[in-house]
Design a protein around this ligand. Structure first.
Ligand code: HEM
Length: 403
């Protein structure tokens, strides 16, 4: 059947289906040929997959809200409840929070971390080298970002396993179907994480340091511009938003390289391609498949009117393979240029940690390539397993051979 006569039955979108999550990309293809598709699966949904439509929605923060509406009788699933966070707020709250937290999250603060990130990556790879094999997810992609964020927050990096445990429970919870209560262990992990950081914040109040928590405490105390609850929620958000995503950039990116040995060889022989290679990894198999917006009024997008009170899936990973935007979108090309992908979003919510993620990614790949010239997939034909979340796409494990 040609693209012009797609029927609705050909569209399959079900983030709660494991097979769909394992490889969502073929399911996005029919979505490029038409305006956003409307469907009713638990709730009124719109699927925004075309690059131009996704950009339009992400930039339309006045009508496309990031605040999950309170629906009477439906279990509230957002972890932060009524406490505002940058990610889940609209202006003017978003403007206030973003201004405050950006102050503590400066390019200089990130640049200064570079030697420390190298050191952490080096120590992690020492251990893999001694073992004689590299399980990318457990040995590098998971610990690196958690240890870096722990460093930024001024908490001991060795506590990373505990953070990781809480963060994993919370991330698993984001596949809970609408209307279902969040599992108890998700709520418990959230409150344990909250209690942990309440203590850290209290300590910094009395013993200021050079860390991000101290900078945020200052923003709070200066003018009460950041409430105590907002401060705590932001720290938790950083831990969640910053870890799993960067882990998945390293894991998904390494898999793409492993499956394209000619691209791997090209990168290994020319490290100047690293920045572009990272952008291509983000485009080709990005850590965030989709984000969500809510519209209170009907909004026209790309030729369709999205009815009021829809859950609008802005499928970033689909937009990143839209043939109208990218030539040969299914081809992994580490030198791709231009590459206007949406892996970090767009508009006022554009990822606050993008510079940090790019830096960590570049250091991780450079360190691995320098150290392991024989790097390749341990099981080139083997199937890979993904973790549980549709929204945050990442591998459960990725064994690579290094000698
Ligand atoms: C490769 C890694 C990463 C990816 C792909 C990623 C992706 C994203 C995306 C798509 C958004 C926008 C969501 C939306 O519009 O609804 C976002 C926002 C955000 N990200 Fe990231 N992120 C990454 C790493 C990080 C890191 C390392 C941090 C911090 C340590 C971070 C902190 C944030 C914050 C605070 C926001 C909210 C910004 C706002 O709403 O104004 N991210 N990220």
């Amino acid at each position: 059947m040609d693209a012009g006569t797609q029927t609705e039955q050909e569209i399959y979108f079900n983030p709660w289906d494991e097979a769909f999550r394992a490889n969502p990309y073929p399911h996005y293809r029919p979505l490029y040929t038409r305006p956003p598709y409307l469907l009713n699966l638990f709730m009124q949904m719109a699927l925004v997959a075309r690059h131009a439509d996704a950009v339009a929605v992400l930039r339309d923060h006045e009508r496309m809200s990031s605040v999950q509406p309170r629906i009477p009788g439906i279990e509230q699933q957002d972890l932060f409840g009524d406490t505002a966070t940058v990610l889940f707020s609209d202006p003017p709250t978003h403007t206030r929070l973003r201004r405050l937290v950006s102050r503590a999250f400066t390019p200089k603060r990130i640049k200064d971390l570079e030697p420390r990130i190298r050191e952490i990556a080096g120590a992690l790879l020492d251990r893999a080298q001694a073992k004689g094999e590299l399980e990318v997810v457990a040995d590098l992609a998971t610990p690196l970002p958690v240890m870096v964020i722990a460093e930024m927050l001024g908490v001991p990096p060795q506590e990373y396993a505990q953070f990781k445990h809480w963060s994993d429970r919370i991330v698993e919870g984001d596949n809970t179907p609408p209307g279902m209560p969040l599992p108890d262990e998700v709520r418990r992990a959230y409150s344990d994480l909250g209690n942990y950081f309440a203590e850290v914040i209290e300590r910094r109040r009395h013993e200021p340091g050079e860390d991000l928590v101290t900078a945020l405490v200052a923003a709070h105390e200066e003018s009460d511009a950041l409430t105590a609850g907002e401060l705590q929620a932001f720290v938790i958000l950083l831990l969640l938003a910053g870890n799993e995503t960067t882990t998945n950039l390293i894991g998904n990116g390494m898999l793409a390289l492993g499956r394209h040995p000619e691209q791997l060889a090209r990168l290994a022989s020319d490290h100047s391609l690293l920045p572009r290679a990272i952008e291509e990894m983000l485009r080709y198999d990005g850590p965030v498949q989709s984000t969500v917006r809510y519209n209170k009024e009907p909004v026209e997008v790309g030729g369709t009117v999205i009815p009021a009170n829809s859950v609008v899936f802005v499928i970033l990973a689909a937009a990143n393979r839209d043939p109208a935007q990218f030539s040969e979108p299914d081809r992994f090309d580490i030198a791709r240029d231009p590459n206007a992908h949406l892996a970090f979003g767009d508009g006022i919510h554009f990822c606050l940690g993008a510079a940090l993620a790019r830096l960590e990614g570049a250091i991780a790949f450079r360190s691995v390539l320098e150290r392991f010239p024989k790097l390749r997939l341990a099981e080139p034909e083997g199937a890979v397993a993904y973790k549980g979340s549709y929204f945050l796409r990442g591998l459960a494990a990725l064994p690579m051979a290094i000698r």
